[in-house]
Design a protein. Structure first.
Length: 186
């Protein structure tokens, strides 16, 4: 499937592919039901100099993502997970091949979700030249606004995961500063 290029997708691939980020994101997803695509969008806005989300913009991003994520992405994820260890009567090689195909479709569905979110909140990068620390604060504020909207309060281990993601989003930020920003979300 061919998708149009978009800097949010490029950002998501780079950050999510960084050491330990996928595990940290998935733990937040499992523990709190966080939509990783929305979380990454919050971080991308800050990192790219697009600033802090207004409440109305967050609502628009969530509206763009919720039905698609809930029905399509999570549906594909459920099927993929069911195939991982289940259905012992199905030949393993065929089952694994089907699972890999579903995973590829799931990634395409996530890609489309990201494009939908980005289209819902189009912002110019007016703060692209802002210092890394200021952009990291914007990213953390965006994530905090998302978590608050969902009624999620981070626990210490969640803050460590978020700090790791933030540190990989902003190389050179430093673990202490990343943890400080993450702990503000608790």
């Amino acid at each position: 499937m061919e998708f149009p290029e978009h800097p949010f997708w490029d950002f998501a691939l780079r950050v999510y592919g960084s050491e330990g980020v996928s595990a940290a994101c998935l733990e937040l997803q499992e523990r709190h039901g966080i939509d990783v695509n929305v979380l990454l969008f919050c971080l991308w806005l800050g990192e790219s100099g697009r600033g802090v989300l207004e409440v109305k913009e967050l609502k628009e991003a969530l509206a763009a993502a919720e039905d698609w994520n809930g029905r399509v992405v999570k549906g594909l994820r459920a099927v993929r997970r069911a195939l991982k260890d289940g259905f012992a009567r199905a030949p393993a090689a065929l089952r694994d091949g089907l699972r890999a195909g579903i995973q590829a479709v799931e990634i395409d569905a996530e890609h489309l979700e990201q494009l939908m979110i980005a289209a819902a909140v189009e912002r110019r990068a007016t703060r692209a030249e802002a210092p890394r620390d200021a952009r990291a604060e914007d990213a953390a504020r965006n994530a905090g606004r998302y978590l608050a909207d969902r009624g999620i309060t981070l626990e210490p281990r969640d803050a460590v995961n978020f700090a790791h993601i933030l540190g990989r989003t902003f190389p050179g930020l430093g673990p202490e500063r990343a943890l400080d920003l993450a702990e503000r979300l608790m």
